[in-house]
Design a protein. Structure first.
Length: 261
């Protein structure tokens, strides 16, 4: 089933109806909340306040982004977002369907469900209210252009899309890029390190190829998953380049094999 295009959905984030006062947000029932996120967590989800709310909302955002992206398979998300815990991944998807953020009315499995109108508006709200510690995701539309170019099989359009994408992501804290060094075709990951007195950017991972074709194919795969770049950079920083290579190889297998889980 084709997931609904962003352009066919409403573009108002969840909570647009809340009335802002000097110190709170008021909902239709007269309840007051300190933030839109609190209104969603406590009002819409009916969850109790907790210190782990930011992490849970960040996880929810990443799951919604996965479900809104045609490029990612359910097994890939199970490995990438839930560290291979497919019991938790399946349960999470069932929970989303049960509260109306995804739709399974046509018999679609919860792990393959599309976002509902509300689910997409929640995604917009979580992006708009993201904590400063979490880097925002402003390049999803460009990633969709890359996806469209690969779908229709137009090499010229794909190269133009990739070039536009690279211009857009060039100033990210962590960025994958295509390079040519000493007649080798590379994909590199440049990371931003701020532990010392002077923040620096350095290459923390790379893959080399003998020609441009395989390199560009890998970069297209990466471009479709731009929302995961910062977390993958963390893997390379904390566990080393080899750990990131192994993680990505697992994702390749998960995307191509229906029995990977």
């Amino acid at each position: 089933m084709m997931r609904k295009s962003r352009r066919d959905r409403q573009n108002l984030p969840w909570g647009w109806w809340l009335r802002a006062t000097d110190s709170a947000f008021e909902d239709q029932d007269g309840r007051h909340w300190k933030s839109v996120r609190q209104a969603f967590w406590g009002g819409r989800l009916n969850f109790p306040s907790s210190q782990f709310v930011p992490e849970q909302l960040e996880l929810l955002l990443r799951v919604l982004l996965h479900l809104d992206c045609e490029a990612s398979s359910w097994t890939e998300a199970g490995y990438d977002l839930f560290a291979g815990d497919f019991i938790s991944w399946r349960f999470y998807c069932c929970w989303l369907a049960s509260i109306g953020l995804t739709s399974t009315v046509d018999g679609t499995a919860p792990t393959e469900a599309s976002l509902t109108e509300e689910g997409f508006s929640v995604l917009l709200m979580l992006q708009a209210t993201r904590d400063p510690d979490w880097v925002d995701l402003p390049f999803s539309e460009i990633a969709e252009l890359v996806q469209a170019s690969t779908t229709i099989g137009a090499p010229d359009a794909l190269m133009a899309a990739l070039a536009e994408f690279e211009r857009g992501v060039g100033l990210r804290r962590n960025v994958f890029a295509r390079e040519v060094i000493n007649e080798e075709y590379l994909v590199t990951l440049t990371g931003f390190e701020s532990t010392g007195r002077m923040p620096t950017r350095r290459i923390i991972w790379s893959a080399s190829f003998s020609s441009a074709g395989p390199r560009d194919a890998l970069f297209v795969w990466l471009a479709k998953r731009v929302h995961r770049w910062d977390d993958w950079a963390t893997v390379a920083f904390e566990r080393g380049a080899a750990a990131l290579t192994q993680h990505m190889f697992t994702l390749f297998l998960a995307a191509d094999s229906p029995t990977a889980a």
